[in-house]
Design a protein around this ligand. Structure first.
Ligand SMILES: O=C(O)CCC(=O)C(=O)O
Length: 290
């Protein structure tokens, strides 16, 4: 099942494939229902807080600009001198931080980045790492800081930033987070499918007492392929309205707490997650609301 997909990898770092070539299906459903989108000078902090924070996802275009030279495979190799712990996926597709779906392996940085960006491996790999200072300093955070109404040197924020570097085809399966999500794209493309918390019962979360309570049992790709097991077990998933967003270099997607999301790396990808208001506050996970 994975081999066809892996043949659609783009060969070289720096080559940005077009959506047509990637054969992304933008369904009529997602055309009708999409997220609001703003360019960098079109939205201020007040509007963001009033209209979106905690309520609706929003796509922020051109909010995460980085000096590209700092992020090439060569510079990445120099920044990470020790062997790195990376995830492999048991089905070579789905990655969630869980022993049931992933294994940790050690890779030399040059071997890892070569495998990710030059397709020198059929094995999918996902690195999640604290953002090194050298990369952090190459990002212009001013637009985002203004939007969030923070000081530019907010240490709490930056020390919690994580970089996600992975092969094309990696999937983070349907789950929700309890904190606000700011997923920013540095290189390549990701397709994010969002589902409102109001459809929680149609998403079939794992048992509310389990450590996977924030994860859905549905395998979205298999369900869409009509996999008989998936469709039979999870018939109501068809009712859950989906919103599809393609994240490109420079974009940030804001996802409110409790919104279900499924993330697929369309190409080899580098993203940074920016924590915003990590306190859970009064947020009650959707599957815990009686
Ligand atoms: O980019 C990914 O693969 C997953 C990111 C995600 O789920 C998140 O930031 O909450």
């Amino acid at each position: 099942m994975d081999t066809d997909e892996s043949n659609s990898f783009e060969p070289l770092f720096g080559v940005e494939p077009s959506l047509d070539r990637l054969n992304i299906k933008i369904s009529s459903k997602s055309k009708q229902k999409t997220v609001s989108q703003y360019n960098v000078n079109e939205i201020d902090s007040e509007t963001f807080i009033k209209k979106f924070a905690s309520q609706k996802p929003v796509l922020l275009k051109g909010f995460m600009n980085s000096e590209w030279q700092s992020w090439t495979p060569d510079t990445l190799c120099q920044l990470f001198s020790e062997p790195l712990t990376v995830f492999t996926s048991l089905d070579n597709r789905n990655f969630i931080d869980n022993d049931l779906t992933c294994e940790k392996v050690l890779r030399e940085p040059n071997e890892l980045f070569d495998a990710i960006f030059n397709r020198h491996s059929q094995q999918r790999l996902y690195l999640r790492y604290v953002l090194p200072d050298a990369l952090l300093s190459s990002i212009d955070q001013t637009p985002l800081q203004k939007l969030l109404g923070r000081g530019a040197n907010d240490k709490d924020n930056t020390s919690l930033m994580r970089v996600w570097i992975g092969t094309a085809g990696n999937i983070t399966p349907i789950h929700y987070d309890r904190c606000h999500g700011l997923l920013s794209q540095i290189y390549g493309r990701k397709k994010v499918t969002l589902i409102s918390p109001k459809y929680t019962q149609d998403v079939y979360p794992h048992d509310s007492h389990s450590t996977r309570a924030h994860c859905s049992r549905v395998n979205l790709l298999k369900w869409d392929e009509g996999d008989i097991d998936q469709v039979t077990k999870y018939p109501r998933f068809g009712r859950a309205k989906r919103i599809e967003v393609v994240l490109e270099k420079g974009d940030i997607l804001y996802t409110p707490p409790g919104w279900w999301h499924h993330v697929e790396s369309v190409t080899a990808s580098v993203s940074v997650t920016v924590p915003f208001d990590m306190k859970f506050g009064d947020f009650i996970p959707p599957n815990m609301i009686i």
